[in-house]
Design a protein around this ligand. Structure first.
Ligand code: BGC
Length: 749
């Protein structure tokens, strides 16, 4: 069936199919654009949720999902929608084959109804693996990946995620989150690479390289840097609420990860749903055009976040009508509207162009970027059977082993004390003969290991959890069958039975109900723990049973009383459903933990201070300098072996600091250590931090082995953003710190 739309579109079809393959993409995009009419152009700028094309009501879809022909016709014939996302209000994961057939039907409907051959661009949130494809490999959430301090693993995970997303027929991933986690209350803390600019930037490099490779082909996806800019620092901690961030701080803390991704030619960016200093970012030309395009030179596609153009009117109230909202966002610089549930954007933008309020030349700029992206992704070659056959190692054991390696290097041992006053052995590793009582809300739960963006948006619905995966409890039982006893704290009988067994150790697994975005908002940072669990913990204490606390948390909920009462603490973050056997192996000592905290763990709710704080934040109530008092410091993590540092050497050349240190494994087993280089600029025009990370390397050393670890750190990396918003270098008196070693130098290049 042909839409009467136009001769223009027919020509367009011919042009799209006959363009010489040798012609650069730029040229192809131009010739496509030259034959498009305005409706078709605006269609390219709109993105709808899959739910809009399915049977049932928005967010109350028929299950199993089924495409609705009338809705397909409306979307592609009338509105010529260019992009579709996700799985219907974050409904639930689909089998790979189902994805391929749904996308195939969408591409066919588009070809049939739209009267042109420009394929639909499908985008999805594959946040920690292809989490909306059943059976795909699930990795730790970004915060856990950061805790590995191993960019190679992050890159490998991104590569596999790209493969499995492509294997599902999808070429565009709304990942990574490049926001900096400096606000522990924020519900999306776990989606970030933590609080530190340098660590997050290194992980950004790894992730973008993993997703996009050197050149995007059939095994790569277009990355999407999220959420530009300043999304992670809402003043109240609640998602999508106002951020108050000065321009200097914006550049010093929140911009560098994006700068790095842009340097690596990340293809797309998603905009911050919130406001900064009173201006919603979707309506801010200074950020979306001045900074992003003119200054940083980003020439990819900028997509809005969910419904965020309408929200300029309905929620932020800077636009008196939806029409004004569309005009504001388009003129500010967005390319594509994640509308996502109707077609008002298309109607209103058409009206604005016809009235001359939005020049067609402005539309052309965005459409060209979108066409270029589609061409770069090669999606005009869409062939369902090809996709079915081209990805034979989808969900392969090799992929799973990268996930378990990532979990293994992320698990962070925060405390490990002696079993009791008479023992000279630490509580961990557990001994094979230990009788182990296991309890707590995360002990027998897969969803608490996963967090949100796992089969469903919030990761809460048990129906979609992969119940073939082990929980911490079942993984422990696998290693020590008859020694593990589970106590359901809510059931007095179960507790009595468990206590009667005279446990030698108890493992308390505490987690947080999975959530993200607004549903993940909290009104207290302290981790709520139910009364029954508290009572059981008290009884164990009375019996002198040492407790190992295992945390499954995506943000640093305050756990001080639990950590102090425990003999050992193991942080697992949100490690994903492959994690339980690895956790059990760490507890039993088959794996030596090597994760380090990618954020500062606060001791008190009212004491949120980052490791790279200013001197004034060291002040305590007695006017001393003990004001900085976190529960665990950034970069902290124990091992079953010990590492000793000595002989720190620093040589300053003109543009590089050559730094080296001796590291010795003084314990009795092999292990990995993250050698971390910090510096302090003693005096600077902008108040300097007490220390800042500027280098790290994860090393492996066998028992007794000594290594010299060397770093070459570019001098321009040390410094800050001045009051004039320009970067300046650290100079004069500089101090370097690695482990227990420090070195002061005078640097006057
Ligand atoms: C989130 C984005 C996500 C988008 C599409 C939004 O609500 O903020 O991070 O990519 O939905 O699911």
């Amino acid at each position: 069936m042909k839409n009467p739309l136009s001769i223009g579109l027919t020509c367009f079809l011919i042009v799209f199919n006959t363009i010489n393959a040798q012609t650069p993409i730029e040229k192809k995009a131009d010739s496509l654009l030259s034959v498009m009419n305005i409706e078709a152009k605006i269609g390219q700028m709109s993105q709808i949720d899959l739910g809009v094309l399915c049977k049932g009501k928005i967010c109350e879809l028929q299950d199993p999902l089924a495409l609705d022909t009338a809705k397909l016709r409306l979307a592609f014939s009338k509105y010529k929608v260019g992009s579709v996302l996700n799985c219907g209000c974050g409904f639930h994961a689909l089998a790979r084959e189902r994805w391929i057939s749904i996308i195939d039907s969408i591409q066919q409907a588009n070809r049939l109804f739209a009267g042109h051959d420009i394929p639909v661009l499908y985008g999805i949130d594959a946040i920690h693996g292809a989490n909306y494809t059943i059976g795909a490999t699930l990795f730790p959430q970004q915060i856990g990946q950061a805790a590995t301090w191993n960019p190679d693993l992050v890159k490998a995970a991104a590569k596999i995620t790209a493969y499995e997303t492509r294997a599902s027929g999808i070429p565009w991933n709304f990942s990574p989150v490049l926001d900096l986690a400096r606000q522990p209350l924020w519900s999306r803390f776990f989606e970030t690479y933590g609080e530190d600019v340098y660590l997050a930037t290194r992980m950004t490099t790894a992730c973008i390289e993993g997703y996009q490779g050197e050149k995007i082909g059939e095994l790569q996806v277009a990355a999407c840097m999220k959420h530009f800019l300043g999304y992670s620092y809402p003043l109240s901690g609640k998602d999508r609420t106002p951020a108050w961030i000065g321009d200097r701080e914006l550049r010093a803390y929140f911009l560098p990860t994006f700068q790095e991704a842009i340097r690596l030619k990340a293809k797309t960016v998603m905009i911050n749903s919130g406001e900064i200093n009173g201006t919603p970012v979707h309506a801010n030309p200074k950020i979306l055009t001045g900074l992003l395009r003119d200054e940083l030179g980003f020439d990819g596609v900028a997509v809005t976040d969910w419904e965020d153009i309408y929200k300029l009117h309905t929620l932020h109230r800077v636009a008196p009508s939806l029409r004004d909202a569309v005009k504001m966002a388009v003129m500010a610089g967005i390319d594509m509207s994640m509308t996502p549930n109707d077609f008002q954007f298309n109607e209103l933008l058409l009206n604005l162009v016809k009235s001359g309020e939005v020049p067609e030349s402005r539309i052309d700029v965005s459409v060209k970027r979108i066409l270029k992206l589609k061409l770069e992704l090669g999606i005009e070659k869409w062939d369902a059977d090809y996709v079915r056959n081209y990805y034979p190692i989808f969900a392969s054991p090799d992929f799973a082993s990268v996930a378990t390696a990532t979990v293994s290097e992320s698990l962070t041992l925060l405390k490990n004390e002696l079993r009791n006053t008479t023992s000279d052995e630490a509580v961990l590793p557990l001994k094979q003969q230990d009788k182990v009582l296991v309890f707590g809300n995360a002990a027998n739960s897969i969803k608490m290991l996963n967090g949100a963006w796992s089969q469903t948006w919030l990761g809460q619905d048990e129906r979609y959890v992969d119940s073939t995966k082990p929980t911490i409890l079942s993984a422990l039982k696998f290693l020590a069958t008859d020694k593990i006893i589970f106590a359901n704290a809510a059931d007095p009988k179960s507790c009595r039975r468990a206590l009667k067994s005279k446990p030698s150790v108890a493992i308390l697994c505490l987690g947080e109900t999975p959530a993200t975005e607004i549903p993940g908002n909290i009104n207290q940072l302290e981790l709520p723990v139910d009364e029954n669990t508290r009572n059981l913990a008290k009884q164990l204490k009375a019996m002198n049973v040492p407790v190992v606390l295992v945390l499954c948390l995506g943000r640093p909920r305050i756990i001080t009383e639990w950590a102090e009462a425990a003999s050992a603490v193991l942080h697992t973050y949100l490690p994903g459903h492959e994690a339980a056997p690895v956790i059990a192996s760490v507890l039993y000592g088959n794996i030596n933990p090597s994760g380090k905290l990618p954020f500062t763990y606060p001791r008190y709710c009212g004491d949120i201070v980052h490791y790279d704080h200013k001197r004034t934040e060291d002040n305590d109530v007695n006017f001393g300098d003990k004001g900085y008092n976190p529960l665990y410091d950034f970069g902290f993590g124990l091992s079953y072996t010990r590492f000793q540092y000595s002989d720190l050497q620093v040589k300053a050349a003109k543009d590089t600091f050559f730094i080296s240190v001796m590291v010795k494994n003084t314990g009795s087993r092999a292990g990995k250590e993250v050698v971390q280089v910090y510096y302090r600029d003693e005096y600077a025009a902008v108040t300097p931090s007490v220390k800042k990370l500027c280098g790290f390397m994860k090393i492996y050393a066998t028992a007794g082995e000594t290594k010299r670890v060397r770093f070459a750190i570019p001098a321009m990396q040390l410094g800050d953003i001045g009051a004039d918003l320009k970067p300046f270098r650290a100079e004069g008196e500089l101090k370097f710190f690695i482990g227990t070693e420090t070195k002061q130098i005078q640097y006057n290049p």
